[in-house]
Design a protein around this ligand. Structure first.
Ligand SMILES: Nc1ncnc2c1ncn2[C@@H]1O[C@H](COP(=O)(O)OP(=O)(O)O)[C@@H](O)[C@H]1O
Ligand code: SF4
Ligand SMILES: [Mg+2]
Length: 328
């Protein structure tokens, strides 16, 4: 499969530089993304699953260059995003969109929904008339279930619920038919009853428009529903990756097994089950160990060697890898 975006050994450390650490009192460094490598193919939907604090949002922000990495590369169409010139960056901004986890961050509270959603058109499709823009905005809002669109277009973000704002953000990201969308927990503020429907619409739109997708979530059920492939993220690292059916039916990494075993049986009253990984035990606030497997303190299978070195990715099936010494 042709690669749309490639992430190569990406790292992001927050906090004072090492040389300033001692002088800065208690503050420590947090390695939010700790050497992540993967790719997303053309027309492919990849889900990335991890608990809160595992570095998912940081990874997404790095990939759209809202943040600069400590090291590593992100390549779009073969070009390193962090080395792009102005013209290349304009093309990148048009083709790669991020749906932010909190739509408060992306919708200007002083602008109407129409003004926010039509902004990309003002930049990239200047030739359109006001009427054409209104039609496009209305069509996209309605495709996300905000009907009739006229009822929403002239409101301010503050007059909408969190879930409605999230749907506005999705509609806006889809507007320019980008080649690649990173959606960071895009339905987390929606009522459970609406989540499956919105995920369905996003999936349909991405299939029809040929848009590749990186779907970020803490919920393995929705990751399974959305993704052709699945990446399991734990403390800034991918610990397992493979085709969705392989990872969910034949999980290899002990962490993936915990995630899957703790998914509740679907409740027909609610339509689908959505597990919050944080309820599945374990805290994301444990100190980051500097050597060895980062899952060791929670692993039932921990061995001596697990504490000595970080496990590399081992082949555990067809296009299926797990970073665990049980397999190497
Ligand atoms: N701007 C920042 N400055 C300092 N630490 C940050 C910043 N952004 C995120 N972090 C830290 O990085 C880690 C990963 O955060 P985040 O990427 O938001 O995880 P997730 O989206 O999986 O919940 C957390 O420990 C968080 O506190
Ligand atoms: S490497 Fe060792 S500690 Fe880490 S997940 Fe595998 S068995 Fe558990
Ligand atoms: Mg997040």
């Amino acid at each position: 499969m042709e690669k749309m975006i490639e992430v190569l050994n990406l790292r992001k450390t927050f906090g004072p530089a090492r040389s300033l650490l001692r002088r800065s009192g208690k503050r420590r460094q947090v390695e939010a993304v700790a050497g992540a490598s993967f790719d997303v193919g053309t027309n492919e939907i990849v889900s990335i699953v991890g608990e809160s604090g595992s570095g998912k949002t940081t990874l997404g922000r790095l990939m759209v260059r809202l943040l600069d990495p400590t090291s590593g590369e992100v390549r779009f169409d073969g070009k390193n995003v962090f080395g792009m010139n102005k013209t290349e960056m304009i093309r990148f901004r048009r083709n790669v969109q991020m749906i932010l986890q909190d739509p408060y961050d992306s919708l200007n509270p002083l602008f109407s929904i129409f003004a926010s959603v039509s902004k990309p058109l003002n930049i990239f499709e200047k030739h359109l008339s006001r009427r054409e823009k209104e039609e496009m905005v209305a069509e996209h809002l309605e495709s996300m279930g905000l009907k009739p669109a006229e009822q929403f277009m002239h409101k301010l973000p503050g007059e909408l619920s969190g879930g409605q704002r999230q749907r506005v953000s999705i509609a806006r990201a889809m507007m320019l038919k980008p080649k690649f969308i990173i959606a960071d927990e895009p339905v987390s503020m929606l009522d459970v009853s609406l989540r499956a429907e919105m995920l369905n619409r996003m999936k349909k739109l991405s299939r029809e428009g040929g848009t590749s997708f990186l779907f970020i979530t803490h919920d393995i059920s929705s990751a399974k529903f959305m993704g052709d492939r699945m990446l399991i993220f734990f403390r800034g690292r991918i610990v397992e990756q493979g085709k969705t059916a392989d990872v969910t039916e034949r999980p290899k990494h002990p962490y993936t097994k915990v995630l899957i075993d703790s998914v509740p049986v679907p409740d027909p009253e609610r339509g689908a089950s959505f597990l919050n990984i944080d309820d599945a035990g374990g805290s994301s606030d444990e100190s980051y160990s500097t050597s060895g497997c980062r899952f060791a303190s929670r692993c039932r299978f921990v061995m001596d060697r697990c504490r000595r070195a970080e496990p590399p990715m081992f082949d555990v099936g067809e296009e299926h890898w797990a970073s665990c010494f049980l397999y190497g």
